[in-house]
Ligand binder design. Structure first.
Ligand code: V47
Length: 365
């Protein structure tokens, strides 16, 4: 390994990783640039094992998307309703209740709820669906609404952002997912998602949520038109906010799936890119406890391998996922807990069932 690290020119980064020192922007770019993925993975695995040993976390969860109507028109998205695409829908409070009841028999500990930005939805709707979920399944942790939705909920509320956050918490929101960050960059905002909150706004919302006591995740959408420098800048912007608030729980790199988007001419990411995104994140985000390999996006085989490239979490059993459909046409994208455990054990790690905030639910025997 020493030889490989030398060949990759990563000796100084190796020294810093062993000493627990913070890596710089230039070093992040170097980690993206070196062809020696194994060396990058080795370094990331040192950090991963220092923090989590052999543990690999997973969660029994359910995703709910309450509407696919969206006015943001992001060119990387295939989820929102448009001509020739998916038909528009908005779930009623009763339909949401029904979705929760559908998986009553499964011991789910987390419900992850997000949706498009449907400007017709009133403030009360956002509170009502949260209350309905908590009534149906009070024991499940509700992780709901991205920073983009928070901005919209604030817009329709006529209240201060602080009051909105208090209302959401009182209704039953317990943490927030990491979506909507895309790439925290002014150039990419202009190119790909200019109707959406810009990167300063996303960070402002996250800061306000953390100050209100809501923890959240952070994502990065990679594999489209962003450069290595822009990816590293994204990571550093998250690291800086995490230094300030400590409110982020997990970082999740999301591999861009071009199918059905305005960027459908672009190729899918490769396993090498996916593993590198995980490894570089593990090395740069020294103040994030967890790095998640989201199997829905990068496929179970790559996610399983990522447990040796910096990831300590595979996310969950899922049930249904509508935002993307890698290798399937169906919304039903599910791994049973047996399949998840099998993937983790085959990779040589120890599966640990967790809840949203990484409290251990049950250790495998
Ligand atoms: O913000 C949209 C991304 C995100 C595509 O917090 C796409 O635990 C790839 O944030 N190809 C939503 N990605 C999903 C998300 C998430 C997922 C799992 C766990 C957590 C968590 C959060 O999906 C969006 C956007 O960045 N997305 N379109 C696409 N074509």
């Amino acid at each position: 390994m020493e030889r490989l690290i030398r060949r990759a020119g990563l000796e100084e980064i190796h020294r810093k990783v062993l000493a627990g020192e913070r890596l710089s922007f230039e070093e992040g770019v170097r980690l993206y640039g070196t062809p020696e993925l194994t060396a990058v993975g080795y370094l990331a695995n040192l950090v991963r094992e220092r923090r989590h040993g052999d543990r690999a976390y997973w969660v029994r969860n359910q995703h709910i998307n309450y509407t696919n109507i969206c006015n943001k028109d992001c060119s990387f998205c295939s989820f929102y309703a448009k001509k020739g695409g998916p038909a528009p829908y908005t779930l009623s409070v009763d339909q949401i209740r029904e979705k929760v009841r559908q998986y009553r028999e499964i011991p789910i500990t987390e419900i992850h709820m997000v949706g498009g930005i449907n400007p017709r939805l009133p403030y009360q709707y956002y509170l009502d669906i949260v209350r309905a979920i908590k009534e149906e399944r009070p024991q499940a942790h509700l992780k709901a609404y991205t920073m983009i939705e928070l901005e919209e909920i604030h817009r329709v509320s006529g209240k201060s952002l602080e009051d909105v956050l208090e209302d959401l918490k009182a209704a039953g929101v317990e943490s927030m997912p990491g979506g909507g960050a895309e790439i925290l960059s002014a150039r990419l905002h202009q190119e790909l998602f200019k109707r959406k909150l810009d990167f300063e706004g996303w960070l402002r919302m996250a800061r306000a949520a953390h100050r209100a006591g809501l923890r959240s995740n952070a994502t990065m959408l990679y594999g489209h038109i962003e450069s290595a420098e822009e990816r590293v800048e994204h990571l550093l912007r998250l690291r800086e906010l995490q230094d300030e608030t400590g409110g982020f729980v997990t970082f999740i790199p999301l591999a861009f799936d071009p199918k059905g988007t305005e960027l459908s001419h672009l190729p899918n990411t490769t396993g090498v890119e996916d593993l590198r995104a995980i490894a570089v994140a593990r090395l740069m985000l020294d103040n994030f406890e967890h790095i998640k390999a989201f199997w829905v996006m990068i496929t179970p085989p790559v996610a399983q391998t990522a447990l040796w490239y910096g990831a300590d979490d595979l996310d969950g059993t899922i049930q249904e996922y509508e935002i993307t459909h890698v290798g399937t046409e169906s919304n039903r994208q599910v791994l049973t807990h047996g399949q998840l455990l099998g993937l983790i054990e085959e990779a040589g790690r120890v599966p640990v069932e967790r809840d949203t905030l990484y409290n251990v639910v049950e250790m495998a025997a």
